[in-house]
Design a protein around this ligand. Structure first.
Ligand code: AMP
Ligand code: ZN
Ligand code: FE
Ligand code: FE
Length: 288
């Protein structure tokens, strides 16, 4: 009898803030013993084609993205990440939103660098853009500049309160999370809320909001993730059960920008099969 397939549905490449190219990512996934990997770069599908071209035999590739979203409450807003799987990469409204968010990320990055420079910290925006090499720019790229400048030694330290986590943290122009869920569904994709209870990143989505998203088309919740405590994982599993949502587990691999390894958390075959079945066949799962 063969072992259960190993399925990791959340990984980043150099198309955003990972450190492996899309081709290196799929090779590393195969070497890690994965049967299925999803490429989910922030706000872009630019990694899909190179990942497909390099797909090793025996590995299945789920084409996806991680959308920068925001919930707009009456008194405050909340940053949320929405994983979107197997959507049409040419759906015009979604394509336009992703382009807008990528541009907003560059504008925010430049403003963060201006804040740092105003405090006499010698980081260069052009160098940071070069470091991102055409991929979606994120704070991990600014973290690299802080490391190069000798101000911090690790990405984790750069995300501390003294730096990008608070002192030099600026919001970006995200996609309204309700609009994002609808756009992903309209593009034939399957939306799954990423690390919904990762409280050490800041305030998290209340159960009521998740229920509202489920009512308009959210398909699932990412439960097993390194940023969730065991109690948070258990809560996400229970909530998903109550709302009839599927549950995923994934590494959120970022190469050397994070310490987590590919396959550190995995998704059950039943949940993966539900995602594939719900996708409207726009792109399908590719097999190497
Ligand atoms: P941004 O998308 O520009 O807001 O930056 C957030 C990205 O940085 C996300 O992809 C996170 O995975 C990553 N990130 C957040 N906190 C940390 C941390 N402590 N160490 C490394 N990467 C982090
Ligand atoms: Zn990231
Ligand atoms: Fe995320
Ligand atoms: Fe991620």
């Amino acid at each position: 009898m063969s072992a259960a397939p190993r399925i990791d549905l959340h990984a980043h490449s150099t198309a955003s803030d990972g450190t492996l190219s899309p081709a290196e990512l799929v090779r590393a996934a195969a070497e890690s013993g994965l049967d299925v990997v999803a490429i989910t770069d922030h706000d872009t599908t630019a990694g899909w084609a190179p990942a497909l071209r390099a797909l090793p035999t025996g590995l299945s590739l789920v084409r996806g993205a991680e959308l920068s979203c925001r919930w707009y409450g009456e008194r405050s807003t909340l940053s949320l990440h929405l994983l979107a799987y197997l959507f049409d990469p040419e759906a015009p409204e979604l394509v336009a939103e992703l382009a807008r968010v990528r541009a907003a990320r560059e504008e925010r990055g430049e403003r963060i660098v201006a804040l740092l420079r105003a405090d006499g910290i010698d980081v260069s925006w052009p160098q940071i853009l070069t470091g991102a090499a055409g991929g979606t720019v994120g704070r991990p790229h600014i973290a690299q500049a802080l490391i190069r400048a000798g101000l911090v030694t690790t990405t984790a330290e750069a995300f501390g309160a003294a730096w990008l986590g608070e002192r030099y943290r600026l919001p970006k122009e995200d996609i309204d999370v309700f609009r994002a869920v609808r756009l992903v569904r309209a593009a034939g994709g399957v939306p799954v809320l990423a690390h919904p209870l990762a409280s050490r990143r800041g305030r998290v989505a209340p159960d009521e909001l998740i229920a509202e998203l489920a009512a308009i088309g959210l398909a699932g919740l990412e439960a097993d993730h390194e940023d969730h405590s065991p109690a948070e994982r258990a809560h996400v599993h229970a909530l998903a059960g109550e709302l009839g949502l599927l549950v995923t587990g994934s590494s959120d691999f970022h190469g050397t920008h994070k310490s987590v390894r590919l396959g550190a958390f995995t998704t059950a075959p039943e949940a993966y099969e539900r995602i594939v079945a719900e996708a409207r066949g726009v792109t399908g799962v590719a097999s190497g």
